[in-house]
Design a protein around this ligand. Structure first.
Ligand code: ZN
Ligand code: ZN
Length: 347
């Protein structure tokens, strides 16, 4: 990686990287939250503490071990000079105040998205991790279907699913699992409650695996027994909107263009006001990263982006439905990484 280009872009002498995901992305150091990277014209140095001697030696950069947290600024004095870029979205106010006090002659320059922009385009290895995470999620969906029945609590479905995923290789959960049944389906990120699932309801499952540090993200909505014509028509409308937007994923497409495809379809079906979030987001080391696919997104898709396509309809008092796939942007268009079936499954 050419760090000089990065420094040049903001006319910086130094960049102090404190975002855990950015630290991991650059160095390969897994516990990014317990390390920082300081980038200067002569290269990058990782700083961590005594718990991580072995890990520090295995990552990509020269490293320094801090034995006391209070020694941080004394160590940084060896690297800091001139204009020091900080990650405005990740550095605490307290840390910045400490920098300003200890380095009164330096200029601290807030930056946003410097490393995040690099993270949008996935390498073959990153793609391989996400592909594997998506495959594992597909297996989890197949595994969980027989557990979803009247009388079973949402939380028990979520726990069974999470146990399966962890046992089969997921390093953790990409985010907290949603199992939202009946009326609770009207909450897009409803989590999983102690509510027993009932016959005649839609149940939305949104979950993700982590492989090699990389997340997957998928949502499916299933019916428990027969559901009302109204719920069926919501499902149908969401499926059509999702298919329309997914099929259009290709390099050069703008986030807002894809959002509009799904949104206009749902508007045509009378559900416009009930699609209350953006169409999708990039996925990588973090579950929500660039590019954004929302109503105002100017982000343009590029080969190597991995994004979700996840329209939904949420009607308070009635329920909701969301269908979400993970797609890799390729030169030819896209490849869908989540393969679970999308027709209405009536359990
Ligand atoms: Zn999701
Ligand atoms: Zn998502």
């Amino acid at each position: 990686m050419d760090f000089n280009l990065l420094l040049d872009s903001h006319d910086l002498d130094v960049l102090f990287v404190s975002s855990p995901h950015n630290v991991r992305y650059l160095s390969g150091f897994v516990e990014g939250k317990d390390a920082k990277i300081v980038i200067t014209r002569s290269g990058a140095t990782l700083i961590t503490d005594g718990r991580y001697m072995l890990e520090a030696a295995a990552q990509r950069f020269p490293y320094r071990i801090l034995l006391k947290r209070t020694e941080m600024n004394r160590l940084l004095a060896e690297f800091f000079r001139g204009r020091v870029g900080i990650e405005a979205e990740h550095l605490s106010v307290a840390t910045l105040e400490g920098f300003k006090k200890d380095f009164p002659d330096l200029e601290f320059v807030p930056t946003t998205g410097l490393i995040e922009n690099l993270r949008k385009r996935k390498s073959p290895q990153e793609i391989a991790h996400i592909r594997k995470a998506a495959q594992l999620a597909d297996q989890g969906f197949e595994h969980i279907l027989p557990y979803i029945k009247p009388g079973v609590r949402e939380i028990d479905v979520a726990l069974e699913l999470e146990f399966f995923l962890r046992k089969n290789g997921s390093e953790g959960l990409a985010f907290s699992t949603t199992v939202a049944s009946g009326e609770r389906g009207a909450r897009p990120h409803g989590g999983a409650s102690e509510r027993p699932i009932q016959a005649g309801e839609l149940v939305t499952l949104d979950f993700g695996c982590v492989v090699g540090g990389y997340c997957s993200d998928m949502t499916r909505t299933v019916a428990v027994g027969r559901v009302s014509p109204e719920l069926k028509s919501i499902y149908q409308a969401v499926l059509e909107a999702q298919t329309l937007a997914l099929e259009a994923v290709a390099p050069g497409k703008k986030g807002q263009e894809l959002d509009a495809l799904a949104r206009q379809h749902l508007e045509g079906r009378g559900y416009g006001p009930h699609f209350t979030h953006g169409l999708g987001h990039g996925v990588g080391l973090f579950i929500h990263e660039g590019p954004a696919l929302g109503q105002t997104s100017e982000d343009v898709l590029e080969v190597g982006n991995i994004v979700t396509i996840e329209p939904g309809v949420y009607i308070p008092g009635l329920g909701g439905c969301r269908i979400e796939d993970l797609a890799l942007v390729t030169a030819e268009g896209h490849e869908v990484l989540s393969r679970s079936p999308k027709h209405l499954i009536e359990l």
